[in-house]
Design a protein around this ligand. Structure first.
Ligand code: ZN
Length: 419
């Protein structure tokens, strides 16, 4: 494989990132830097019921920005959600001087990014036409309305990416609307907003971030910049000095941020670490692509309705095993594994990609166990009869970044072994 450095690369990221505990109070000023009217897409009823959303909207009014509620979404966005939101924006004559404020997890941010892009285009087509895989549908050519993204789940990293993942029931698919111009203009991360995220969602979104960091580090489209970002994200998500896992002396899994937040949602250091890791995972994946775990996760979402983060977590050990033996990804795999293992690496003999990689996989498996994430596909509702369709629909953009080419037969075998 040609080195990615010699072929050059692009890098996109949000123009401005504001990070800090309690900094949601700055939302008004940041919104004002983007427009005078903010269409709000919210993904959390809890934020609404606890008064946090009202507090944020008041900070907008205080800064001279008129907030208007455009959508509330509690599931992964479908074509109809986006078309509905765009139609509302058109009724309100949204345009220059307006922005979208997305507050929530990946679902809310993806919905806002897609709506902000579509409302700015000349074509009044449904999102379905833009997602047409034949490629002859309308394209994103005009600059979208600016998006201010306030992530609340510490997981998906959608605040740092240039795509919006959209599902459809009929025909069933999960596709991305993608444009360099869709990266949120400003990202405001207040990890305190994630304290009310329930334990299961904390575990799934946290594992999504970890999967994104690993897959973007070992992706065949990774670059020096994305590898460094992903490695730093892994060090934040799996701090090197925690003594746990892999047959080492009895450790304390509770020191790992995602586990700590799973058991105690109000843990500030844990929420801060995961919010940063998630942001870095989004920036890394937007510029490097992903791999097998995400490829299969999309198909598990389409056919078995498995939440994205849970699907990624279940697939991660198998994806790592499948890539462990890939020669051309060895150096990248080693970097990711060393970042995950930290000091623990020193106790492994011999220091080979095989032992270090195997220890990293063991670490992930211990983490899944602690987070009560199932290991078998049957436990998340997958049947043997669904496997051919899952294999077929795993071949999206994510799978194309996987270091190793997997034939349909091989992927079928891997999935059958996981039933
Ligand atoms: Zn993901």
């Amino acid at each position: 494989m040609t080195s990615p450095v010699s072929t050059g690369y692009d890098f996109s990221a949000p123009s401005r990132i504001v990070f800090g505990w309690g900094r949601r109070r700055e939302a008004g000023g940041l919104a004002r830097s983007l427009g005078r009217r903010a269409f709000v897409v919210c993904g959390s009823r809890t934020l609404d019921s606890t008064g946090k959303l009202a507090e944020i909207l008041q900070s907008l009014r205080d800064a001279g920005v008129e907030p208007m509620r455009a959508a509330m979404i509690s599931s992964e966005p479908h074509v109809e959600h986006v078309d509905g939101c765009v139609s509302f924006l058109r009724q309100q004559k949204a345009g220059f001087g307006d922005l979208l404020l997305a507050i929530g997890g990946g679902s809310a941010i993806d919905l806002a990014k897609a709506a902000a892009a579509l409302v700015a285009q000349q074509s009044k087509s449904s999102l379905r036409d833009y997602l047409d895989s034949a490629g002859d549908g309308p394209k994103i050519s005009n600059m979208p309305l600016p998006v201010l993204a306030m992530p609340t789940t510490g997981g998906t990293g959608s605040e740092g990416t240039k795509n919006a993942v959209i599902s459809s029931r009929d025909p069933p698919f999960k596709k991305s609307l993608r444009s360099e111009m869709m990266v949120p203009r400003v990202v405001l991360i207040d990890p305190e907003l994630s304290v009310s995220v329930p334990p299961n969602v904390t575990a799934w979104t946290g594992m999504d971030a970890i999967t994104q960091l690993i897959e973007s580090c070992i992706s065949r489209r990774s670059t020096p910049a994305t590898q460094d970002i992903a490695v730093r994200g892994l060090e934040l998500a799996l701090p090197p000095r925690t003594a746990w896992g892999t047959g080492l002396p009895p450790g304390d899994l509770a020191l790992v941020p995602v586990v700590s937040a799973f058991h105690d949602g109000s843990s500030r250091p844990a929420r801060e670490a995961m919010a940063q890791a998630a942001l870095l995972s989004g920036i890394a994946l937007a510029n490097s692509g992903l791999g097998m775990a995400h490829g299969v996760a999309a198909a598990l979402g389409i056919h078995c309705n498995v939440p994205h983060g849970l699907a990624c977590a279940v697939m991660l050990p198998a994806a790592l095993r499948a890539n462990l033996a890939v020669k051309n990804a060895g150096a990248q795999f080693l970097r990711a594994a060393i970042a995950m293992l930290g000091d623990r690496k020193m106790r492994l003999e011999p220091h080979s990609i095989k032992t270090i990689g195997a220890a990293a996989i063991e670490l992930i498996e211990a983490l899944l166990e602690e987070l009560k994430i199932p290991r078998r596909l049957s436990e998340i509702g997958v049947t043997r009869e669904q496997i051919p369709a899952i294999v077929r629909d795993s071949r999206g953009n994510s799978m194309s970044g996987n270091p190793r080419e997997l034939s349909d037969d091989e992927l079928t075998r891997i999935l059958e072994d996981m039933l």
